[in-house]
Design a protein around this ligand. Structure first.
Ligand SMILES: NC(=O)c1ccc[n+]([C@@H]2O[C@H](COP(=O)([O-])OP(=O)(O)OC[C@H]3O[C@@H](n4cnc5c(N)ncnc54)[C@H](O)[C@@H]3O)[C@@H](O)[C@H]2O)c1
Length: 445
């Protein structure tokens, strides 16, 4: 099939590459000329395991093309995906300007039937707004051309995006138009061989399903974080509690890790946007407010612990920081807990020596050159001359460090483990105090 994808970010590029991988011809459109130049030159603007090779393979096979020209994109595919950003507006609701700009471009250039598939995460009712924008723009042109707007929310996880797209748990499609149902069946057939994964529903339910999924996952995390703070005050160990509840199959082990808060481009903005949608229709979403509030407080926790350790005297201190990305296997730092921590440390007069296996360039792009930030090439380098170590991203390579070496390099014997990745006893055996989430600090014998 011939497919156009508007937006070549984490979702658009993975969608384009995976659709090309199974034999479709795909045209990716982005308004960012630097991104398109990089892609046309064989580069990939984001870190996502397996993506560079997949883009290269399909580009060389002539199945995957990139352009900044909207008209070229609209002319190309009968199916037109919208995969542009929906960042939070000033009040927290989803900003639809990019989605509607794409709808407008499609309507300005289309000459035959198009299926416009919204893959961006958008509030309930956006399908109607996209259709209205297309209708109005066509009317201005005096053009009478058929189209259908479909909702197809994306559930991929950054860091495992290709696997998620190629072998999805489910493919949610919001449309009641038989022509679009048939086209979506055909397009997703290669990803649907093992068993039926396509779930057809009305467009509003499809739009809400995406927010429901992310809000449910965010709720699990905030619930566990709330409980971890209670456990710590009570002198219980949240890791024991986690195993105690996770073994109940009704609860399960997934997404109940206590930590220093969720970040990324999705959970924070999607919980907020759903809150705004609910308020907009006169419903007070008490649980969603709490999920967000608990998370915001949790993101400040590592800073509070470090500040307490130094009795609030952080001026002139140097903190080694392991992890900048909001989670492992990505370079995405949107709403990352590392940012809350670094910004609070700077505010208090401390310096940060940070290391991340892939997000160093993103950190440099975000913060530029500043005296109170050194982005290091190795984890060890971040420890040189540092007072204490904080770990906020659970990268696999941080899991089993040489604690004796850490003890030797740090001026004060303390590790602040924001993801509970270390065994307190092992840390203590090296003479280090282990500060973690949801349990009291563990001291060397
Ligand atoms: N990142 C994720 O893990 C993830 C997962 C599921 C859903 N989503 C949703 O998917 C959407 C996209 O997210 P993302 O992380 O890929 O965003 P992103 O910021 O990485 O990419 C968006 C891209 O759209 C481009 N763009 C903006 N306006 C455009 C236009 N008019 N025409 C063409 N391109 C345009 C931007 O230049 C950018 O490259 C969001 O709604 C997000 O909530 C994201």
């Amino acid at each position: 099939m011939k497919v156009t994808v508007f937006g070549s970010g984490y979702v658009g590029l993975v969608t384009g590459a995976c659709l090309a991988e199974v034999g479709n011809k795909v045209m990716c459109v982005d308004v960012d000329p630097a991104k398109i130049d990089l892609l046309n030159g064989g580069g990939v603007p984001i870190y996502e395991p397996g993506l560079t090779e997949m883009v290269k393979r399909n580009r060389e096979a002539g199945r995957l093309k990139f352009t900044t020209d909207a008209k070229t994109g609209v002319d190309f595919g009968q199916i037109q995906f919208i995969a542009v950003g929906t960042p939070p507006d000033e009040d927290g609701s989803a900003d639809l300007q990019y989605v509607l700009a794409v709808a407008q471009s499609i309507a300005e250039h289309m000459n035959d039937f198009k299926i416009v598939v919204d893959k961006s995460t958008v509030p309930v009712g956006t399908g109607g707004k996209v259709a209205a924008r297309i209708r109005e723009t066509l009317a201005k042109r005096g053009a009478d051309i058929e189209f259908d707007v479909v909702s197809n929310p994306e559930f991929l996880k950054e860091g495992a995006a290709i696997g998620d797209f190629m072998k999805p748990d489910r493919i949610v499609i919001g449309t009641e138009n038989p022509r679009s149902i048939e086209a979506m069946h055909e397009l997703y057939g290669p990803f649907n061989r093992n068993h039926e994964r396509l779930l057809f529903m009305d467009i509003r339910s499809a739009e809400l399903t995406k927010y429901a999924a992310n809000s449910m996952l965010a709720t699990k995390i905030s619930f566990m974080n709330e409980l971890s703070n209670i456990a710590e005050v009570l002198g219980a160990d949240i890791e024991k509690v986690r195993i105690g509840i996770g073994s109940d199959p009704r609860i399960g082990f997934q997404f109940i890790y206590p930590g220093c808060g969720y970040g990324g481009s999705c959970f924070p903005k999607d919980v907020q946007a759903l809150e705004k949608t609910a308020l907009g229709v006169g419903y007070e979403p008490q649980l969603l407010h709490a999920v967000e509030a608990v998370n915001n407080r949790q993101k400040e926790l590592v800073f509070s612990k470090i500040s307490d350790y130094f009795d609030g005297q952080l001026e002139g201190k140097t903190i080694a920081l392991w992890g900048l990305a909001f989670k492992p296997n990505t370079d995405d730092m949107r709403a990352a807990s590392s940012r809350t921590l670094m910004e609070a440390l700077w505010e208090a007069g401390a310096r940060v020596q940070a290391f991340d296996p892939v997000a160093h360039e993103e950190a440099q792009r975000l913060y530029g050159q500043r005296d109170d930030l050194a982005i290091c090439a190795h984890a060890d380098e971040a420890l040189e001359g540092a007072d204490v170590l904080a770990v906020v991203t659970e990268w696999i390579e941080f899991r089993s460090p040489d604690f004796a070496e850490i003890r030797e390099k740090l001026k004060f014997p303390a590790i602040f483990d924001g993801r509970n990745i270390y065994d307190p006893k092992v840390v203590n055996n090296a003479g280090l105090v282990h500060y973690s989430i949801g349990r009291r600090p563990s001291q060397p014998a």
